[in-house]
Design a protein. Structure first.
Length: 574
């Protein structure tokens, strides 16, 4: 034998995720490639004196997990040690949030900004008890009168600040909110400290942009967390000039440069795909075209597959927002609904022919230029508008295998699914968002719509290629919870079933995080399943995933993660 394997796995459940969802018991890796899959006798000849032989003892070996919608730099910025953790269950009340800020004040030099991420009105006790109660600057002023405080919601659609921050930003009763935004005021017309949608830019513009070192540290932090979760690939869904003002520039152009530096230094412990973000939420077609044409040469070359190392860092396409841009709306619906209570975000229903035309023009422009499109779509009106625009762009400029997809697709219609399937387009859904918001969805959209939200079953049955992502830092990037949610459709807080008819099977759920996500990346021919010749991206889960109670899946430990044959997380004992 001229070449022995570097790694050999024996005695486990090797879930190949091939076309037949074959389950083997052994696998061998040589270099960065899978060289054998099957039984013990199939890998035994590859075992040499330098081979690490791992007895899985019944554990599950999966393809490396591909989180197909994850803001990596923003996730690092939004989590400790770079930011306060004010997510549920760490924070379950406004009082808890204030206490976290108080502790931060005690260790932060005077006058410095304190930031936190993840508050969720659906899990703040005061808001739940009194739906008219909203987070306020007064909740924070008592514990932080001199430090400016900025606390971002889990969804990214609202920001909560204290009076010192309002003073430094220059927001008062006379301040006008930017288009598409809202400055919440009290009965006296004074700002409460809560900013929605585009008004958050007032905060972002006041904060100093992230330094290059801060961006690199944030990405390193994210990569370490993802390795512990078995995530070997992810998509950064929007980096570019349109993100320069979001989360201190975490979604900005310089972040892409930092990714390139980390790649050159051998520090990328996950494969990263990128969607470019020429403009933000409210960009017009003209602004989009101008910003896209102005992108630097390396970005344009990378977008056409000419990156230095496209298997580890590649730009796949362009991101556009189809919603979240109409004033007072985040979901763009055919029929109106009104959200009530603490943190209500949206109403909808009006026809917006001008916006339909703008979206169509942006999609045609990027498609004609040869790029994949990932379009932010929440709401059934948005879904129909975007999928019809995809089809029109392809009819006008035929191009095989464009692999455009809708991002979120929480209210895909039968029509939009039919169009996606007919043209080979995809949908990128977020099961952990469904899990997080299921208990409050009915308040916003009604019982029937809430049950339907994120229609995995209907989309897969319609023939749509469906990939799953966490949208971190909106939710924690734990694919195990995502799999359990797709199978169970149970909510985070009460375990209530929401839309049982949209449940899918375990094998289907695993595919959304592996081979279907690889398809979205134009990479299903070399990653996403455990087959000879494919990249050795692996995730080992302690226990038998295929036999586990779905309720137990989120607690099954990830004990080994391998990227391109390189071990990046290891708690196994050989």
């Amino acid at each position: 034998m001229d070449t022995y394997a570097d790694l050999v796995f024996l005695g486990g459940r090797v879930v190949t995720v091939d076309a037949h969802f074959t389950v083997a018991s052994a696998l061998a890796v040589t270099g960065g490639t899978i060289t054998a899959v099957g039984a013990r006798e199939d890998v035994a000849p590859l075992i040499g004196p330098g081979t690490r032989v791992i007895d899985l003892r019944g554990a599950t070996l999966l393809p490396g997990i591909n989180d197909s919608h994850l803001h990596g730099c923003a996730f690092g910025v939004a989590t400790p040690p770079l930011s306060l953790d004010i997510r549920h269950p760490s924070v379950s009340s406004l009082a808890d949030a204030a206490e976290a800020v108080k502790e931060a004040v005690g260790r932060t030099p005077g006058g410095q900004w304190i930031t936190g991420h993840g508050w969720d009105p659906g899990y703040l006790a005061e808001c739940v008890a009194d739906p008219s109660r909203q987070p306020s600057r007064h909740d924070l002023d008592a514990v932080s009168p001199d430090h400016p405080v900025v606390l971002y919601s889990f969804s990214g659609h609202a920001t909560w600040v204290n009076s010192k921050a309002l003073e430094l930003i220059g927001i008062d009763r006379h301040t006008l909110a930017p288009p598409g935004g809202a400055i919440v005021v009290d009965e006296h017309g004074e700002p409460t400290g809560l900013l929605h949608e585009g008004a958050q830019a007032l905060v972002q513009n006041a904060l100093p942009p992230l330094s290059r070192r801060e961006r690199a540290d944030a990405i390193r932090s994210a990569l370490a967390a993802l390795a512990r979760l078995g995530v070997t690939s992810y998509t950064e869904p929007g980096l570019g000039p349109g993100g320069d003002g979001i989360m201190r520039g975490a979604l900005g152009t310089e972040t892409l440069d930092v990714y390139r530096e980390l790649l050159a230094g051998g520090e990328l412990t996950a494969r990263v795909g990128v969607l470019l973000l020429p403009t933000g939420m409210a960009g017009t077609a003209e602004e989009f075209a101008r910003a896209f044409d102005a992108l630097d040469g390396p970005d344009r070359r990378c977008a056409t597959g000419e990156a230095a190392d496209p298997r580890h860092l590649a730009i796949h396409g362009v991101k556009i927002f189809a919603d979240g841009v109409v004033p007072n709306k985040t979901s763009w619906m055919h029929d109106p609904y009104v959200g009530g209570g603490c943190g209500a975000l949206c109403v909808g229903g009006e026809t917006d022919d001008e916006r339909v035309a703008e979206i169509g023009a942006m999609i045609r422009y990027a498609h004609a230029a040869g790029h994949q499109l990932g379009v932010h779509v929440t709401g059934d009106r948005a879904a129909d508008t975007v999928t019809d625009a995809f089809a029109a762009a392809v009819a006008e400029h035929p191009r095989p295998d464009a692999r455009h997809y809708v991002i979120h697709g929480d209210f895909l219609t039968a029509h939009s699914m039919k169009v996606l399937a007919a043209h080979g387009f995809g949908a990128n859904m977020n099961p952990t968002i469904k899990w997080t918001v299921a208990d409050m969805e009915e308040e916003f959209v009604g019982t029937e719509r809430a049950a339907y939200a994120w229609p995995y079953r209907d989309a897969i049955d319609a023939g749509v290629r469906v990939a799953s992502g966490s949208d971190a830092p909106v939710t924690y990037p734990d694919w195990r919870q995502g799999v359990a949610t797709m199978v169970l459709r149970e909510s985070k807080a009460g375990g209530r079933v929401s839309g049982p008819e949209q449940r899918i099977g375990l094998a289907e759920a695993i595919r959304t995080y592996t081979i279907e996500a690889a398809w979205q990346d134009f990479a299903d021919d070399w990653k996403g399943s455990l087959e000879p010749g494919k990249a050795a991206d692996l995730c080992v889960l302690d226990g038998d995933l295929l036999a586990a109670d779905p309720h137990d899946i989120p607690e099954m430990p990830v004990v080994l993660t391998v990227v391109d044959g390189r071990v990046v997380h290891d708690t196994l004992r050989d």
